[in-house]
Ligand binder design. Structure first.
Ligand SMILES: NC(=O)c1ccc[n+]([C@@H]2O[C@H](COP(=O)([O-])OP(=O)(O)OC[C@H]3O[C@@H](n4cnc5c(N)ncnc54)[C@H](OP(=O)(O)O)[C@@H]3O)[C@@H](O)[C@H]2O)c1
Length: 166
């Protein structure tokens, strides 16, 4: 099953300056626990935004890039190669982890989207598609407010009514 996992601000913003907008320990814990030992898919910018440009530990890291090389990752050069790779992993839990370009392109293939909503405006330059305006997506869990490093966050879940096959 393919899912996306993301945190967004009030405007569905996800990042600026190739970095996150907020430091959210509880959301980081949720992200780690949810994705651990599974497969994560990201774009080159997101990989470069990690400390030392290193992939995430204890997960299979698939990176879409036109040129970047990293020994601990599976690199794919275009979306066709990515889809071929994902088709070989049909039984695995696959998480699309960003960033903006990759979310937008792969959203139709996601059965579920785990959206952590941050009740703040982060001055984003990169955005996630607004799922509340997408007729294909239903919010099936609105979560409850939780305090995280001075921010109010909610762990919400959206389901895709029309999942596109790979
Ligand atoms: N809030 C969250 O949950 C969250 C999660 C993840 C990321 N983010 C944020 O999102 C931002 C990064 O997003 P982004 O949209 O700039 O970048 P991105 O989606 O992470 O990566 C874009 C890169 O993917 C590769 N790519 C894209 N289309 C391709 C294609 N058709 N063929 C081959 N390679 C392709 C290219 O990599 P190369 O340049 O290597 O060729 C491109 O530069 C950062 O601010 C990051 O912190 C936020």
């Amino acid at each position: 099953m393919i899912k996306a996992i993301v945190h967004v601000d009030k405007n569905w913003g996800i990042g600026r300056g190739n970095d996150m907008m907020f430091s959210l320990p509880k959301d980081m814990k949720f992200f780690r626990e949810t994705t651990l030992h599974h497969t994560v898919v990201m774009g080159g910018n997101t990989l470069r935004s990690f400390p030392g440009g290193k992939p995430l530990k204890n997960r299979v890291n698939i990176v879409l890039s036109r040129g970047h090389v990293c020994d601990e990752c599976i690199f794919v050069r275009d979306y066709e190669a990515l889809k071929r790779e994902l088709k070989t992993r049909k039984t695995e839990e696959i998480f699309i982890i960003g960033g903006g370009q990759i979310y937008k392109e792969l959203l139709p293939y996601c059965e579920e989207v785990l959206v952590t909503k941050v009740d703040a405006v982060g001055g984003a330059e990169v955005f996630f598609p607004n799922l509340d305006e997408d007729v294909n997506f239903d919010c099936v869990d609105e979560g409850t407010p939780v305090e995280d490093n001075g921010y109010t966050i909610r762990f919400t879940t959206y389901k895709n009514r029309q999942v596109k096959p790979l």
